[in-house]
Structures are given as C-alpha cells and as structure tokens.
Design a protein around this ligand. Structure first.
Ligand SMILES: Nc1ncnc2c1ncn2[C@@H]1O[C@H](COP(=O)(O)OP(=O)(O)O)[C@@H](O)[C@H]1O
Ligand SMILES: [Mg+2]
Length: 297
C-alpha cells in the first residue's frame, strides 16, 4: 500500500495541499478527482518522490520515504508515473529506444520492453519514430515506458484527456490488464466515464483537501464541488438482448400498467444520477411504446 499522511505542500507562498490523507492498494484502481487546480497532479508527484512535502509523510508498505538518493531510487522503481502530456515524457527517437531507456539504465531485463509494448498494443512498432505516432499511440507508449520498469504501482495523470472513443477503450482495457496483473493503479482524472468504468475507490480533492473518499462515485457532491459530470450517466436502449440489462420492459399483452411505467421512470432516474442503465424492450415493446405515444399526441 502507498499512502500519504497529513501531507502539506505549497509552491512558493501558494498552499496547494492541505493535510491530505490518501491511500492506494495493489490490485485496485484508485481514482483521484477534483476540478482544475485542486492539486491532483501535485499530490501524484509526491507519490513517486518528484515533490517533497512541506509537512507530512509518504509511506510505501509501512516504510517512510526518506528524501535521499537511495530511498528515492527505490521508490521510483516501485512507483511509476505517466504524465498527462506524453510529449513531456517521450525523449528517444524510436519506440524501442524510448521504452528500453529506463530498463537499460536500471539494469532491468530488456524482455520487459517487449512485454510492455505488447501489453499496450504497440508490438511491431519498435522501429517507428515516436514523433510520427498518433495521440493515442503516444499515450500508450508513455504507459509502456512506465510498465517496462515493472513497477508495483502505476500512476496515470489524466490518461484519457484528448483521446477519442478508440483511444479511451484502449486505455480502459490496459488499466484492467494492469489491475489483473496485481498492480496498484492510481489515476487522476476529470473523466467520469473512465472513473465509473475502472475505479474501485474514489477520492475527491477540493482546494487541496480530500472532501470525499468511498467505493462509489458520489454524483451530487462531484457536481457541487465543480467536477465536470457531463457525459456521465447513460440510458441505453436495447431490444431482445436481455443479457446485461438492468431493466426489462414488456409492453405486450395487457396495457402498460403503473408497474411498467414506474420501471421506466426508475431507469431514467438512475441514469440521471450518473449510472449506466440498460433498458431492454422485450418482444417489440419499443414499437408498442411508439404506438402508445403516437396515440397520446
Ligand atoms: N510549478 C508550479 N508552480 C506554481 N504553482 C503551481 C505549479 N504547479 C501547479 N501550481 C498551482 O498549484 C495548484 C494545483 O495545481 P495542480 O496540482 O496541477 O492541480 P490539478 O492537477 O488538480 O489541476 C494550481 O493553482 C496551480 O496553478
Ligand atoms: Mg493536473
């Protein structure tokens, strides 16, 4: 487990973290949310020793991080960070050189490079120029950099920022693979879709303080403290695909009664609260609904 205890930090005289207690475990995805400027990136930078707290501690498996070279090297071997902007991270000309750079310096077997490229779906890209990759590919390359070091914790700062649906799906899949491999994953994100899809535990940071910690996303509070929740909550309509449905509506046979209408309203309400809800209209019930609505016009 990696944790912070009563962590305080300021840039010059601007106080940014104000007593943060945060923890993340292996085999779990811990999501840190907060509006722009809340201090998310600053907190992440403490977790692998890139910033030193003004007060408080960072603790990895019960051992306090000491801010000397040996302790920091050890920490960075075990906790890797992927920056928001891949261009800040990618330094080598080719894909292979880029991912091999860290392991070669740290004396880690180069098989890890191939493994990492495979995991992020960039096998076969070894000789390509990094500068010619797409945004999504660069993102995955920067993640390969981190996982080639075979860390126990992987930190991802806004991993889906600027990605399209395919890029998003690739990141979700990758995070799930890392979790299945037993890594601890820590994500700072604005993206409620991502948080909902992969998060096991959530923290909300507001103006340098943790204001929420829990195993479910709190939609109301998120909105209240200015976290963007647009796009969160979906009502998916399916027909005759009961598998995975939260609600099944059958309008055939007798007239739609209050029970059925209540079910539909409940589905809409759940979606409005931020859940992804699948409603299955059984046996032509969608057609039936259109008919009924037509009649009431
Ligand atoms: N290097 C820096 N020097 C001075 N102020 C900074 C620096 N980096 C971030 N800040 C300020 O610290 C606050 C928190 O920033 P950051 O941790 O990047 O927030 P977030 O990642 O939640 O958007 C912001 O007000 C930001 O302007
Ligand atoms: Mg940030």
């Amino acid at each position: 487990m990696i944790e912070t205890i009563d962590l305080w930090f300021s840039y010059a005289d601007r106080e940014v973290l104000k007593g943060v207690n945060f923890r993340a475990k292996r085999g779990e995805v811990t999501v840190l949310m907060g509006k722009n400027g809340a201090g998310k990136t600053t907190l992440l930078l403490h977790l692998n020793g890139l910033l030193k707290p003004k007060k408080g501690e960072v603790i990895l498996d019960g051992s306090k991080i000491e801010y000397n070279k040996k302790s920091l090297l050890e920490l960075r071997k075990r906790v890797s960070i992927v920056f928001q902007n891949p261009d800040e991270q990618i330094i080598a000309p080719t894909v292979w050189q880029e991912v091999a750079f860290g392991p070669a310096n740290a004396g880690i077997a180069l098989e890890k490079v191939e493994e990492a490229l495979k995991l992020v779906g960039l096998e076969g890209y070894e000789k390509r120029l990094c500068s010619q990759l797409s945004g999504g590919e660069k993102k995955r390359l920067s993640i390969a950099d981190a996982i080639a070091m075979d860390p126990e914790f992987v930190i991802l700062d806004e991993p889906t920022a600027g990605l399209d649906q395919l890029g998003f799906d690739a990141i979700v899949e990758l995070i799930e693979k890392l979790r299945n491999a037993g890594k601890g994953i820590i994500i700072a994100t604005h993206d409620f879709d991502l948080a909902k899809r992969v998060g096991d535990r959530f923290y909300y940071l507001e103006d340098g303080r943790i204001v929420y910690e829990g195993e479910s996303l709190n939609f109301e509070l998120a909105r209240k403290i200015g976290i963007r929740t647009f796009g969160f909550g979906k009502l998916i309509i399916s027909e005759n695909e009961k598998i995975g449905s939260n609600f099944v509506v059958n309008l055939n046979g007798n007239a739609p009664n209050m029970e059925k209408i209540k079910k539909l309203l409940e589905a809409i309400l759940k979606a409005s609260e931020g859940h992804c809800v699948v409603v299955n209209f059984e046996n032509g019930s969608l057609e039936k609904l259109k008919e009924l609505l037509g009649e009431t016009k």
